[in-house]
Design a protein around this ligand. Structure first.
Ligand code: SIN
Length: 482
């Protein structure tokens, strides 16, 4: 049986930055389900927020709280903003190259609901990819692919490691500390922008163990996504496009968002997503993202990734406008933890990044606060972990038998059914009737012969539905109609 000082589940920005901050003398294992770049970090386009010095902290906190419908924990938001000064400096000092201007100064962009330009970016619109590559090269610890965690080893309020399929072989991985950095829940939704590996398994394990999930009704939908592709992951069109001046228009070219909010394209993403959804529902017509105001050379340099990927499917930017729809993007809620990532009541278990719920995002995450969240709370969790006294404990026997980990023959059909019902009934606009319909369907599937991974997905989906049913009044991303 393998034994480590620290097991990190997930190799996105939170998992890798945690690994980078643990001394190389420690025996650390970072695992990922598939290949390391199949994670949400890799697909992040817009950038990473960083407070523009001390003076910007109150304003960044205010913007984050307004976007989050004041449901945020202010103290946690202050930690996020203040720590950004330290973590951004650290990442740059280690060698990460963000986009700079002619005199070498960092370039800042703006996204919706930010009152100032405070978002740094890399590769134009490929920030996540650049940061992920950089952190992969910085990580000195062992990184193991094809490791599908299907249980956490928890007994008497302590976590001892995890059970996983490693290249389809059952393995028990023991560790003094386990850090969950497994991302969100994208695969639960028919239309989503997430990596295919992000499928709520670890959340589902937590439900099974009685570990609290918080704010699970707060699921965020990105307003500008091209969904007309056959692949599960839909194509994101970064908010930075609107930050730089792109418009959202109706079929006849009208900027109808001003009918919904005076900030138009720069209203927070929950408001913009609902407005697009509502306009489509009322008119039955497409909504478009229009870049025709941009100069071609500038656009190709600022948004090279989007220019290339849409060229491959026949669009010529910035001349062509593109039909858009909101799609699931980010789990605001998650596994409840404190500001050091500690999961209450379970020693040796931490959670960081999108998988976690610290209360920082309130009811709706402010654009580009997520890469920042990944680094800030990874650093805090590692500081806590390294600073505590080591307590040796005998490892209990974990001999539960598991059948059908990967799938059962009908799982594919049920997974598809789940994604559809979550999109239709637990999506942008919800009703009590629809949520109850989804709940019945989920419990019906849970009672059938299904594989473990589907069971875990259903646990998480049920947690979202239960939380949505409990919150009777609309707030942030949770919008409920009579
Ligand atoms: C985007 O580039 O629009 C996504 C940024 C984010 O989700 O914060």
């Amino acid at each position: 049986m393998e034994k480590y000082d620290v097991l990190i589940i997930g190799a996105g920005i939170a998992g890798l930055y945690a690994a980078m901050n643990i001394p190389k003398e420690k025996n650390v294992l970072v695992v990922c389900k598939d290949i390391p770049w199949e994670c949400n970090t890799f697909y992040a386009q817009g950038g990473m927020v960083t407070a523009q010095g001390e003076a910007d902290i109150p304003l960044h906190v205010k913007d984050t709280m307004i976007a989050g419908a004041e449901h945020n924990d202010r103290e946690v938001v202050e930690i996020l903003s203040r720590t950004s000064l330290e973590t951004t400096k650290d990442i740059i000092d280690r060698g990460m190259q963000f986009d700079v201007g002619e005199t070498g100064e960092l370039l800042f962009t703006k996204e919706a609901a930010h009152s100032t330009a405070r978002i740094i970016h890399a590769g134009g619109d490929a920030t996540g990819r650049y940061m992920h590559h950089f952190m992969m090269t910085q990580n000195k610890h062992k990184l193991q692919r094809n490791t599908l965690v299907y249980d956490l080893l928890i007994e008497n309020g302590r976590c001892f490691g995890a059970k996983a399929l490693v290249n389809y072989e059952h393995k028990t991985i023991l560790a003094d500390d386990v850090i969950i950095a497994s991302g969100g829940v994208g695969s639960l939704y028919e239309f989503n922008t997430n990596s295919r590996t992000v499928s709520a398994d670890i959340h589902g394990i937590c439900v099974e163990k009685g570990i609290e999930l918080a704010d699970m009704e707060m699921m965020q939908f990105h307003p500008t996504v091209f969904v007309k592709t056959p692949f599960a992951r839909k194509l994101l069109l970064t908010e930075a496009l609107r930050g730089e001046g792109a418009w959202i228009v109706s079929k006849d070219g009208r900027r109808f968002l001003f009918d919904y909010d005076e900030r138009g394209e720069l209203a927070s993403r929950d408001i913009v997503s609902r407005a697009i959804f509502d306009h489509k529902r009322k008119t039955g017509q497409e909504v478009y993202l229009d870049f025709s105001m941009f100069e071609e050379k500038w656009f190709a340099k600022r948004f090279p990734n989007i220019t290339r990927s849409f060229e491959a499917i026949g669009y010529k930017f910035p001349k062509d406008r593109v039909p858009i729809s909101p799609a699931f993007h980010y789990a605001v809620g998650g596994i409840k933890c404190d500001t050091d990532g500690c999961v209450e009541g379970i020693d040796g278990l931490y959670v960081i990044g999108e998988a976690s719920s610290t209360g920082v995002h309130g009811a709706n995450r402010l654009a580009s606060n997520s890469l920042l969240e990944g680094v800030v709370f990874a650093k805090r969790a590692v500081d806590h972990l390294l600073g505590k006294e080591k307590v040796e404990m005998a490892v209990p026997k974990f001999d539960k038998e598991y059948k059908n980990i990967v799938h059962h023959e009908n799982d594919k059909i049920y997974k598809h059914r789940l994604r559809k019902i979550m999109w239709e009934e637990a999506g942008i606009i919800r009703t009590k009737k629809g949520l109850l319909k989804a709940k019945n369907l989920i419990y019906d599937m849970k009672n059938r012969e299904i594989g473990r991974l589907l069971e875990l997905r259903l646990n998480t989906a049920a947690a979202i539905i239960e939380a949505a049913l409990k919150r009777k009044v609309s707030l942030g991303t949770h919008h409920i109609e009579k």
